[in-house]
Design a protein around this ligand. Structure first.
Ligand code: ASP
Ligand code: MG
Length: 402
């Protein structure tokens, strides 16, 4: 069997953990399997590097930031290979250039396009454990790129797809996917299985377990994913197309406190205005989420939407630059909001799910600012200070609490 195993930052944070991971991988290798290991930077090293960069230059050139950030993963793969060598097991570390992981050009948010597999195959044939840097890639100018924070998951899934791996295991500091973040909802339960679509929504909406693009890719190529703990042997959660056990109305509740709301007030009420606003933002590669349009006064309308807090400054600047062309009166932004979502494939065939969520928020006295829905998701915008309380109330209302 060919197995891709990915370990996150906490799993390789120090010497003991590195040896622990090395031994786990070696055990798999000694069963006769081919083992490809993908690693993140140690502990919070990526954050440290970003801090160092900003200390020198508040807005570092994105190319140079990527140059810097790739160090983190290169460090952990080299140390891991050394640990395996110390155990007398043949291993080799490879960075994105050596594999060649080809990506698009956008620094800081590149997408994987193609992975050359020859080098990895050759190393596996020579019975070496292959350890690959997560998170990084190479663009057509032969410059380093990175895939966005948390991107190592995506590297692992992409490698599993390219190598037609038999399994892709994502090891982290939690032992699977929960019905809600157990640090915020004490009664949250671990799920045995979850569908790609549910996982994609949860990952996008702040569950924090998997990089959302890794789930997108797993779905596209049918890569069976398992999320497990690097610290114990518990079973973990399987992410796949169709789940068979635990048919619940909803699978999870997620809270995203990184969202901010922007309101564009007093836009002319005529065709094409929404297009102009969102096209302006799209050109700056700013992702817009929950959108609400309402009727304003005297032939005008207001459009509110959420963006990630990291994009707030850019979004406001772009909209202000284009004020004359967009013809709005005022711009407001609100930071103290949170996005609370419920996700579940069971919603499709069960009416009343949204109502049940709203009822539980009403019972808690939580006010809803905006609502957005899809076939398998309901999202509401609430005050940030109500977030945890609202999340627990909804989790309880759907009987998810242990
Ligand atoms: N080291 C990178 C980060 O901290 C990538 C990853 O951990 O997946 O975002
Ligand atoms: Mg991660």
């Amino acid at each position: 069997m060919l197995i891709v195993k990915k370990f996150g930052g906490t799993s390789v944070a120090n010497k003991e953990r590195i040896f622990h991971v090395a031994d786990r991988c070696i055990a798999e290798y000694q069963k006769g399997n081919d083992v490809v290991v993908v690693l993140s930077a140690m502990g919070k090293y990526t954050d440290e590097l970003i801090k160092m960069a900003k200390d020198i230059n508040e807005k570092p050139p994105k190319r140079e930031l990527d140059m810097l950030l790739t160090i983190g993963e290169q460090m952990s793969v080299a140390l891991m290979a050394m640990a395996m060598n110390q155990r007398r097991v043949p291993a080799v570390s490879l960075n994105a250039f050596q594999v060649t992981m080809h990506t698009t050009s956008d620094h800081g948010n590149a997408r994987l396009k193609r992975i050359d597999t020859e080098r990895i195959r050759r190393e596996l044939e020579n019975r070496r454990i292959v350890i690959v840097t997560g998170f990084q890639g190479v663009n057509k100018y032969d410059d380093y790129t990175t895939l966005g924070r948390g991107g190592s998951d995506t590297t692992a899934v992409a490698l599993a797809a390219a190598l037609h791996a038999d399994a892709c295991e994502i090891y982290t500091d939690v032992d699977g996917v929960y019905t809600a973040d157990p640090r915020k909802v004490p009664g949250a339960r671990k799920l045995k299985e979850i569908t790609y679509d549910e996982m994609l929504d949860l990952a996008t909406l702040g569950a924090g377990v998997l990089h959302n693009r890794s789930v997108e890719m797993a779905k596209k190529y049918g890569v069976p994913l398992v999320v497990r703990s690097s610290l114990n042997d518990s079973e973990g959660t399987v992410v796949k197309e169709v789940t068979t056990v635990e048919r619940m109305l909803i699978s999870g509740v997620a809270l995203d406190t990184d969202a901010v709301r922007i309101a564009v007030i007093g836009i002319k009420d005529m065709p094409g205005m929404a297009f102009k606003v969102f096209d302006t933002l799209a050109k700056k590669k700013i992702n817009v989420d929950v959108i609400l349009q309402s009727i304003g006064r005297a032939g005008t309308k207001d459009i509110s939407f959420t963006v990630n807090k990291d994009d707030l400054e850019d979004a406001v600047a772009t909209l202000e630059e284009n004020q004359a062309r967009l013809g709005y009166k005022e711009l407001h932004s609100e930071r103290n909001i949170a996005k609370l979502s419920i996700v579940g494939a069971g919603m499709m065939s069960n009416p009343g799910v949204a109502a049940k969520m709203f009822e539980s928020l009403y019972n808690e006295g939580v006010n809803i600012n905006m609502i957005s829905t899809s076939e398998i998701r309901v999202t509401v915008l609430i005050n940030e200070k109500d977030g945890i309380r609202a999340m627990n109330a909804v989790h309880d209302a759907f009987g998810l609490t242990d």
